[in-house]
Design a protein around this ligand. Structure first.
Ligand code: SAH
Length: 217
């Protein structure tokens, strides 16, 4: 079958297979799996590579950036929700908006920052097309976070830095958690939690992210 209906049926099935693969790969949070089953990942990549959207791989989204692999999106979201469901989340590195859409399904309010204006505009259109309305987009440098919207119960950063930007820790609410890749050649996900007494930091899985770049473009 050709045309949008045919594409829809095919993608529903392949998305189901993607979620099964995530489950086998160790993703346990059913809330995350349900959100990823629902969101049409193929609509977030260029039409020419839409057929690869459900493979467990990063894909180009233009401007030298990539949409993270399904496993990475699932893992980061699972880590963010591990202790409790955050109400308000800040995302750094909107990219095409796929991770943003997953977060928006799960939490009440999402702020998302992107330094490349055309990518942010594309993400905004993608989410509008899906009728996702609980996201605020900001064209800004994520190193500074977005204090106007804080404090946040969760912060998820999709680009790597050699050090955790101090502003992001400062914008966490007590009990809030920050999930961020740290390192350049040798990267790992770090989970930082704000407690009444200060911060705890836990090193998790090895990962591969694009760098958190300075300034806006
Ligand atoms: N979650 C995205 C992944 C995008 S890749 C998705 O699902 O598509 C990382 C993104 O971080 C890129 O779009 C890049 O432009 C952005 N980025 C890098 N440095 C940044 C910074 N300092 N502030 C905001 N965004 C940044």
């Amino acid at each position: 079958m050709s045309g949008p209906a045919g594409i829809g049926m095919t993608s529903d099935r392949t998305r189901g297979r993607m979620v099964e693969a995530l489950r086998k790969g160790g993703i346990r949070d059913e809330r995350v799996l349900a959100a990823m089953l629902e969101i049409p990942r193929h609509l977030f990549v260029e039409a020419g590579i839409a057929s690869r959207a459900y493979e467990d791989t990063p894909l180009p989204i233009g401007h030298g950036q990539t949409i993270s692999s399904p496993t990475i999106v699932a893992l980061m979201t699972q880590l963010l929700l591990e202790k409790s469901l955050p109400a308000k989340v800040l995302e750094i590195g909107t990219g095409c908006g796929y991770q943003t859409a997953v977060l928006a399904k799960l939490v009440k309010e999402v702020y998302t920052l992107e330094r490349i204006a055309p990518l942010m505009d594309k993400a905004r259109r993608n989410l509008r097309d899906l009728r996702v309305y609980n996201v605020r987009f900001k064209h800004a440098d994520g190193h500074r976070g977005y204090p106007e919207g804080g404090p946040y119960d969760g912060i998820l950063c999709a680009a790597t830095a050699s050090h955790v930007p101090a502003a992001l820790k400062e914008q966490l609410a007590v009990g809030g958690r920050l999930v961020i890749p740290v390192g350049t050649d040798d990267q790992r996900l770090h989970v930082i939690e704000r407690t009444a007494a200060g911060f705890t930091e836990d090193k998790r899985e090895p990962v591969r992210f694009v760098p958190l770049l300075p300034g806006i473009a």
